[in-house]
Design a protein around this ligand. Structure first.
Ligand code: AP5
Ligand code: MG
Length: 214
């Protein structure tokens, strides 16, 4: 099963992708998490990506596409995967479609988690992230068991550098301009499903399971 998550920054893509990955036993691949772990490790890729991410801009396609296509060529992806944060531009979607077509496959589901901009700003302000394992929390809606500590790996939680209000509005602008057109793209491919992302996390997940099947 090959799944793409669509939705604005903060719509809940990562939250839902984690649950989907656990239930359907497929890897959760987040390009944002890959960039953040490279930034934390101080790699060349991380340095390149940080300059764009901190401004709320997209990392250029020539960096991102190759990185993602290499990742999905790994053995653990043979049964499928869930892509969270990729594709984000039409060229990224076209490259993915072309690479899959060469293998005689295609994306099975594009899940669009729909949340209006006003709700996004509140979510981002309360988000806490684990830069070690990628787990996501919210101080009100999904608090960790111990304040400031990741339930999964025990790492200290942080506020992401790109969750400052000014950067969030830039990310929303970039989303509407460059990523929203993918909704039409996947609709034309006949695999688009839109979910009301303003519901609580369990309800959003139940709707997604209804689409993906048991
Ligand atoms: P990325 O890490 O992908 O960030 P994003 O798309 O902006 O999305 P977020 O991770 O901010 O939000 P999310 O939808 O995962 O929401 P979450 O589940 O955390 O990318 C970061 C940057 O990297 C980009 O800006 C770009 O620069 C670069 N990048 C990445 N991929 C790229 C690509 N393909 N091309 C170019 N550049 C790329 O939820 C948000 C909060 O809300 C959490 O606190 C959560 O607990 C809470 N929450 C979730 N669901 C609910 C709910 N139903 N009710 C209440 N609260 C909820
Ligand atoms: Mg995320």
């Amino acid at each position: 099963m090959k799944i793409v998550m669509l939705g604005a920054p903060g719509a809940g893509k990562g939250t839902q992708a984690d649950r989907i990955a656990a239930k359907y036993d497929i890897p959760h691949i987040s390009t944002g998490d890959i960039f953040r772990s490279n930034i934390k490790a101080g790699t060349e890729l991380g340095k390149k990506a940080k300059a764009f991410i901190d401004q709320g801009l997209l990392v250029p396609d020539e960096v991102t596409i190759g990185m993602l296509l290499d990742r999905i060529a790994q053995d653990d992806c043979s049964k499928g995967y869930i892509l969270d944060g990729f594709p984000r531009t039409i060229p990224q979607a076209e490259s993915l479609t072309a690479a899959l077509k060469e293998q005689g496959t295609a994306i099975d589901f594009a899940l669009n988690v729909d949340v209006p901009d006003a709700a996004i700003v509140e979510r981002m302000a309360g988000r806490r992230a684990c830069l070690k394992c990628g787990a996501t929390y919210h101080i009100v809606y999904a608090a960790p068991k111990k304040e400031g500590i990741c339930d999964v790996c025990g790492e200290e939680l942080v506020i992401r550098d790109d969750d400052k209000p000014e950067t969030v509005s830039k990310r929303l602008e970039v989303y509407h301009d460059q990523t929203q057109p993918l909704i039409d793209f996947y609709s034309r491919h006949g695999v688009l499903h839109t979910i009301d992302g303003t519901q609580n996390m369990d309800k959003v997940f139940a709707d997604i399971c209804g689409i993906l099947g048991e």
